[in-house]
Design a protein around this ligand. Structure first.
Ligand SMILES: Nc1ncnc2c1ncn2[C@@H]1O[C@H](COP(=O)(O)OP(=O)(O)OP(=O)(O)O)[C@@H](O)[C@H]1O
Length: 400
């Protein structure tokens, strides 16, 4: 608002007026007192019979809407923990950041519509559940495990989540974290309305399968000691342990307040220690898989200039649908083939390129299957020959 500008507003049938004003600071600047800025304020006028309504309802409404607008307009950030940072002084934080400007949204994601709706509903419900979490005595946080082959959209989904909720993203590189104390400090520095991401958790920490191997009888702490003694986790100099990470997921940040999501991604969900991903820690497990025909249609609408009618029924779509039933292709490969490679590439060119790529991939997969089958046959024959030499031709098992 400009100085002395008048803006009218209406609330519950009542008209109010806001005027922007300012008063100059009376203090004279001196040698030791630099000039103070003028004081700016807004004057609100309304009929006195509406005083109750204005103080009880209108002003809280203005504050709430103002906060919403500020959140909507704020520049969001992508934080990373640099592997080479120095121990923080009062000025430094453990995170470095850049502006977060990833354009991914759920609308542009190639995903089955029902799955998409389910994830959006879950996220929105979480953000609206402050009172619920406080009533049941749980920290206001939710864990998501995104798993699936490379190029199926795990990172893209994290960006879409951040854009949907207007959250900052903390990309936590666990292998760069020295030990559990440092992990704790890093996490305490994260702010509310943020997503803490640990990508490729199976590669970040050697947390995988420790239970299944020869340490089943050890407690979490004992296993941590063993892992640390073996040179730390993740193959680097990190001493972050499973129990350190579990402690953090379970309750450490309940002291911080505010809403936070934690997201793990992995290409190999079966390798993860079940303790790490059990419900309550990773509340929602989302599988991102190969491209379905429904997901392809979303990508086609994004990448190709199709008119309204063609959008759902281009003549080449039927071939793509048939091929999708016969072979697997990731959304990343679909996207790459649909991407125009020259200004002259139209929808037909891009779709033809995709179909050709799918046919070639299908042939290569068939060939691989045939080679594998032939190899198996040879191995079985060799086994039989060995068995015959050893005197047991039927099953190839050597006699005692
Ligand atoms: N479901 C999808 N919808 C839209 N685009 C997608 C999708 N999946 C992949 N892509 C495209 O493919 C590229 C790679 O995807 P992304 O990095 O999200 O995959 P990822 O599953 O995280 O892979 P990785 O496991 O290798 O990290 C993205 O830049 C995006 O353009």
């Amino acid at each position: 608002m400009d100085d002395h500008e008048l803006v009218a507003d209406h609330f519950a049938g009542v008209k109010v007026r806001w005027v922007a004003s300012k008063i100059a600071n009376p203090t004279q600047p001196g040698l030791y007192h630099p000039a103070q800025p003028e004081r700016r304020f807004y004057r609100l006028t309304f009929h006195k019979r509406h005083r109750q309504l204005i103080t009880d309802e209108y002003l809280p409404h203005v504050v709430r809407v103002g906060k919403e607008i500020r959140t909507r307009n704020r520049q969001r950030k992508l934080f990373t923990n640099s592997p080479n940072y120095k121990w923080p002084t009062y000025k430094h934080t453990m995170w470095s950041h850049i502006n977060f400007e990833h354009p991914a949204t759920f609308e542009t994601m190639g995903l089955d519509p029902a799955k998409k709706k389910d994830i959006i509903d879950d996220l929105v419900t979480f953000t609206e559940s402050r009172e619920f979490y406080s009533r049941i005595g749980k920290a206001w946080k939710r864990g998501y495990l995104l798993y699936g082959p490379p190029g199926t959209g795990k990172s893209t989904m994290i960006a879409a989540m951040a854009n949907l909720l207007n959250y900052d993203v903390y990309d936590l590189e666990l292998t760069a974290v020295k030990d559990n104390t440092e992990l704790r400090k890093l996490l305490i520095e994260t702010t509310s309305k943020s997503i803490i991401v640990i990508e490729d958790i199976d590669c970040s920490l050697d947390l995988t399968g420790q239970r299944k191997k020869n340490q089943k009888w050890l407690s979490d702490e004992e296993r941590d000691v063993a892992a640390a003694a073996a040179g730390g986790v993740g193959g680097g100099s990190s001493r972050v342990t499973l129990s350190g990470l579990l402690n953090f997921i379970d309750g450490l940040w309940s002291a911080c307040g505010g809403e936070r999501l934690i997201v793990f991604t992995t290409n190999y969900v079966e390798k993860l220690d079940p303790a790490l991903i059990r419900r309550g820690r990773m509340d929602k497990h989302i599988e991102l898989s190969y491209c379905s025909f429904e997901a392809f249609k979303v990508l086609a609408r994004n990448y190709l200039k199709l008119d309204e009618e063609e959008g759902d029924d281009h003549p080449m779509f039927a071939t793509v649908e048939r091929l999708m039933k016969e072979m697997k292709i990731t959304p990343a490969d679909v996207a790459e083939n649909l991407m125009p490679k020259s200004p002259l590439d139209d929808a037909d060119t891009c779709l033809s390129r995709l179909i050709l790529a799918m046919e070639e991939a299908k042939e290569a997969a068939e060939m691989e299957r045939e080679v594998a089958a032939a190899r198996k046959l040879v191995e079985e024959k060799e086994k039989k020959v060995v068995g015959m030499v050893n005197g047991s031709p039927e099953n190839g098992v050597a006699p005692h």
